[in-house]
Design a protein around this ligand. Structure first.
Ligand SMILES: Nc1ncnc2c1ncn2[C@@H]1O[C@H](COP(=O)(O)OP(=O)(O)OP(=O)(O)O)[C@@H](O)[C@H]1O
Ligand SMILES: [Mg+2]
Length: 343
């Protein structure tokens, strides 16, 4: 009775419990191992370290330590289903009744979730400090830039300039305008202005945004279709910001589409108190590798892009207590969902 009880307790423990002999062969594992795609009975007598595909590790676990000493190792391993786990393995010597060391035993504690969270926080901290630095630089660029612009205007207004000289001024002015746009967009992202919340009809705002994107869809030969949900109430949001967010997403979708492609905009109530604006394209899609970076400021795969579009969208949605999410298939297309509460 007692044995059954202990067995059940071990099998249902939240960590993986193991024991191996002096040769490193498994003499016990608990039921947790099945979650990693292994058959518990088949593992008996096999070398634990060979079965668990260890991709990174501090020190060997199989060496028996001093009696009474527990060692801990931080490692990464790949389970039988191909998933990677970050784990902490603790190991202590296994002794028989006479005190002889006959192997080792321990616990494998899965810390993948905490580890991922830590990595994400580190990444965000790094972005935040980079952001502060870049904001400072952007401010410093702004003043000399307006002086360059002013002086260009004065010089280009001089009488007697020939066509070629005027062309040089036009190129210089375009360069300045481009820089100004990047700096303004960046500062807008880094230091967003407070929201002006008013009640608006979402569909009107979508229509206006599609009109604003006209130069893009006309030039790209792309058709933008609308599929508006019924019963979408007017709602409080910052019209300018939501338009800016939608415009960025729409332009991305158009830019990803081939000539003659279709971009679909759908609106639905995703819950009784939140609305979704979905933009679907059938363009190039995003590779898994790139998908990790699309929300990072300055990440772009475009020659003319600044890579601020989606960073701005994400900050606008956050300020509206909403969110942006992306589903994509490389080579097939992308679906971007903007969601925010209706109030
Ligand atoms: N609908 C989409 N289809 C395919 N790739 C996309 C799509 N939307 C975004 N991307 C990818 O994400 C990257 C980042 O997008 P983001 O809008 O932030 O910057 P950008 O479009 O490159 O430049 P910017 O918007 O500042 O002009 C793009 O360069 C592109 O690789
Ligand atoms: Mg963009």
């Amino acid at each position: 009775m007692k044995d059954v009880y202990y067995k059940r307790l071990l099998d249902n423990a939240s960590d993986l419990i193991w024991a191996m002999d002096l040769e490193g062969r498994i003499i016990y594992v608990n039921g947790r191992i099945s979650e990693w795609g292994y058959d518990k009975d088949e593992m008996m007598g096999k070398p634990l370290l060979d079965i668990l595909n260890i991709t990174h590790m501090g020190k060997k676990v199989s060496e028996p330590a001093e009696p009474g000493v527990t060692r801990k190792f931080d490692m990464q391993l790949q389970d039988n289903t191909g998933r990677l786990h970050r784990v902490v393995v603790s190991s202590s010597p296994l002794q028989d009744d006479d005190g002889q060391i006959v192997g080792s035993m321990g616990i494998i504690h899965d810390v993948t979730a905490t580890h991922n969270l830590e990595e994400k926080l580190k990444h965000e901290e790094r972005l935040a400090s980079l952001g502060r630095l870049a904001t400072g630089i952007a401010h410093e660029i702004r003043n000399p830039l307006s002086s360059v612009k002013m002086n260009l205007d004065i010089l280009s207004g001089r009488p007697g300039l020939d066509g070629r000289e005027l062309e040089h001024f036009t190129i210089a002015r375009e360069g300045v305008a481009n820089l100004e746009r990047i700096v303004t967009e960046f500062l807008d992202y880094a230091k967003p202005t407070p929201l002006t919340m008013r009640r608006h009809n979402l569909h009107k705002v979508v229509e206006e945004t599609v009109a604003m994107a006209r130069p893009y869809w006309e030039e790209g030969g792309v058709v933008v279709s609308r599929n508006f949900g019924r019963n979408i109430p007017t709602s409080l949001f910052d019209k300018g910001k939501i338009q800016q967010a939608l415009l960025n997403v729409l332009i991305n979708a158009i830019q990803a589409s081939k000539n003659g492609g279709l971009v679909e905009i759908e609106t639905t109530m995703s819950s009784p108190n939140s609305v979704e604006v979905v933009v679907v394209d059938h363009g190039e899609g995003i590779s898994d590798e790139n998908l990790k970076f699309v929300f990072d400021p300055f990440f772009t795969t475009k020659q003319q892009g600044t890579g601020l579009g989606l960073s701005i969208v994400s900050s606008i949605m956050k300020n509206h207590n909403g969110s942006i999410s992306m589903a994509t298939k490389y080579g097939e297309g992308t679906r971007v969902t903007l969601e925010f509460p209706v109030r």
